[in-house]
Unconditional design. Structure first.
Length: 424
């Protein structure tokens, strides 16, 4: 039984989705909670004032009862604008160059060279393209804490350009890596498939699992977008590319491998936005160098645009941070070290990725997520000291926010391509 004491009920209606009956309950938007996933046997909750408008959006697929409709509405309304600013920011030298060890071996399971993909070739950036200030700062910031959220590769002379080498479809099969992540690095649940959307375990552990799943969803969105681009280009590039809509449904759809993939993508996005907001003092104190046009204050101006953006200041988005901290303080206590151990393992397991382009983006995305956790939770769940963030952590934090923002944009575009699932 589902109790709806908090919601003044207006009316209910039945609708048919793919031959199955779904009960639609239209509610007054008093509490602001939305649970709109049309699956057989479930009740669909939609705020009455936006029942028609909310359905075509990606956020209309959110099924988790812990979402604030205001936060989802803010993301849907303003994400494209923020995405443009973040993309411009990620084109700046401070955010695009990372010293990554691509020769590290995998310490988690045996591998063979047959798993490598020829389309994954990656070469270091030209030395003259890398600002000397970045190399100097990275060399000075090589030290780390043993029990920290983050442990990055030691800096070397090899830097890779994450902006020039975009996240894309390379035909590399990373399912083995992600299966290991969800089964071994995420907190235990009743199994791989159930674990992606499981409600078992401590709430703070589920928060961690959802954030990691959100990173997975972000990567999947970029892969599917890359498939679409290759299909549309035609010719040899389109050969061997899977059916795009089928791959989208498998990776991100409601009937795919993870029915809550889009839920977790939004959750991760909210956490990344909150972490960037909390890191504002560190960002404002940072010397980003000149921008691509040689302007001394150009990068700072872009950062200020991000910090002032409505998404980073929306109460419905910020509630994700408050819940994360509350769950950690009330549930984790002295056990939060288990989450820190797992973010370090998440970074290290990316060394098992046998596609260098995928490894580069996987490591930077994992670093961004781990940095967000360190800012939002710190050692005890009450928040960390952003002033201690290293250059690569700051860069990865903004870069990963950009990844999530772009993934939301991709998902929204794919959802717009679908035939309308429901008729009211």
């Amino acid at each position: 039984a589902i109790v709806l004491k908090a919601y003044p009920l207006i009316h209910t209606m039945a609708t048919r989705t793919r031959g199955t009956m779904v009960c639609l309950v239209v509610l007054q938007p008093v509490a602001g909670w939305v649970v709109p996933v049309p699956r057989a046997g479930q009740i669909l909750l939609v705020p009455a004032s936006s029942a028609q408008d909310s359905l075509p959006r990606a956020s209309s697929l959110i099924s988790d009862p812990c979402w604030r409709a205001e936060g989802l509405a803010a993301i849907d309304a303003h994400n494209e604008d923020l995405c443009e600013t973040l993309d411009e920011l990620r084109a700046q030298s401070y955010f695009r160059f990372y010293s990554v060890d691509l020769l590290k071996g995998c310490n988690y399971f045996p591998q063979s060279e047959d798993e490598c993909v020829s389309t994954c070739e990656l070469y270091p950036a030209d030395e003259e393209d890398i600002p000397s200030a970045i190399k100097k700062v990275d060399a000075l910031e090589h030290e780390f804490e043993l029990d920290a959220w983050v442990r990055w590769d030691m800096p070397s002379d090899d830097y890779y350009d994450i902006y020039e080498n975009r996240e894309q479809f390379t035909a590399y099969d990373g399912s083995k890596i992600w299966k290991f992540i969800h089964e071994k690095i995420c907190f235990p649940t009743s199994g791989y498939s159930a674990g992606l959307g499981s409600t078992e375990g401590e709430v703070w552990q589920r928060d961690f699992n959802r954030a990691v799943s959100g990173l997975h969803s972000s990567i999947s969105a970029h892969i599917v977008q890359g498939m679409l681009e290759k299909k549309e280009s035609g010719g040899e590039e389109a050969e061997g590319v899977p059916v795009v809509d089928v791959e989208y449904e498998r990776r991100l759809g409601r009937t795919g491998e993870n029915a809550m993939a889009i839920d977790h993508l939004y959750f991760g996005y909210m956490l990344m936005a909150c972490a960037v907001r909390e890191a504002a003092p560190r960002l404002r104190a940072t010397d980003f160098g000149v921008d691509a046009c040689g302007e001394a204050d150009g990068v700072k101006e872009l950062v200020e645009q991000v910090l002032a953006h409505p998404i980073l200041n929306d109460p419905g988005v910020l509630v994700a941070e408050k819940n994360l901290q509350r769950h950690a303080v009330e549930g984790a206590g002295s056990q939060l070290w288990q989450a820190r151990l797992r973010t370090r393992d998440l970074l290290r397991v990316m060394d098992c990725v046998q596609c260098n382009v995928c490894r580069l983006h996987g490591k930077v995305g994992s670093l961004g997520l781990a940095t967000a956790m360190s800012v939002l939770l710190g050692a005890e769940g009450r928040g960390g000291d952003s002033s201690r963030l290293h250059r690569v952590e700051v860069a990865a934090l903004l870069t990963t926010l950009g990844k999530f923002a772009n993934a939301i944009l991709i998902v929204s575009e794919f959802e717009a391509r679908r035939p309308r699932q429901m008729t009211l």
